[in-house]
Design a protein around this ligand. Structure first.
Ligand code: PNS
Length: 169
């Protein structure tokens, strides 16, 4: 029996994409016909990577995952979800600390637009400790990023490091 095409949105800052995000993307892509990875245009936050860089890195890292589309969005997530005809918002939960935040956002989004369901997915335990914040901190101090981020993101950090060294030379 055929079923209506199901589209889900995985929103986030992705500054930068980590192996934890990629893990959630793979799991969500197997559950929905289309998964839109939606990068927030951070209006007041100053992200480390530009919107173009963040979307390009996600595109490269998800190359070959046919269900995945990468876009950006501004404004309320529920408005964007309605414009895209999404039936679900996907978020990853690493542990209890994430859950409190996700619980609040999911209920707020339901309050704003009851109709789009939030689906919380667990990344592999191997990725539970990874966060974009810690990745930025390790990279800033020249630490190793193996196992933490996809090759496209590691290459972007290398590029920034090289540019900094050349400026200082
Ligand atoms: O990766 P992040 O920074 O934890 O993602 C947070 C994000 C982008 C999902 C959240 O900040 C968001 O949805 N922002 C859009 C504005 C909005 O809808 N705010 C109300 C959310 S309850």
């Amino acid at each position: 029996m055929s079923h209506p095409s199901r589209l889900a949105i995985f929103p986030g800052s992705f500054d930068p994409l980590t192996n934890g995000h990629l893990d959630v993307i793979r799991r969500a892509a197997s559950l929905f016909d289309t998964l839109v990875v939606a990068v927030l245009v951070n209006a007041e936050k100053r992200p480390l990577f530009s919107l173009d860089d963040r979307t390009a890195m996600i595109r490269e890292a998800t190359h070959g995952l046919d269900a995945v589309v990468v876009e950006s969005f501004e404004g309320l997530l529920v408005d964007y979800a309605a414009r895209r005809g999404a039936s679900a918002i996907v978020r990853g939960v690493r542990g209890a600390a994430d859950f409190d935040y996700e619980w609040q956002m999911a209920h707020m989004n339901r309050h704003l637009a009851d109709g789009v369901e939030t689906v919380l997915l667990l990344p592999s335990h191997k990725h539970m400790f990874i966060s974009s914040h810690l990745v930025r901190e390790i990279a800033a101090m020249g630490g190793p990023l193996e196992g933490l981020v996809p090759p496209a993101v590691a290459a972007a950090f290398d590029g920034r490091r090289r540019a900094r060294t050349e400026r200082q030379a």
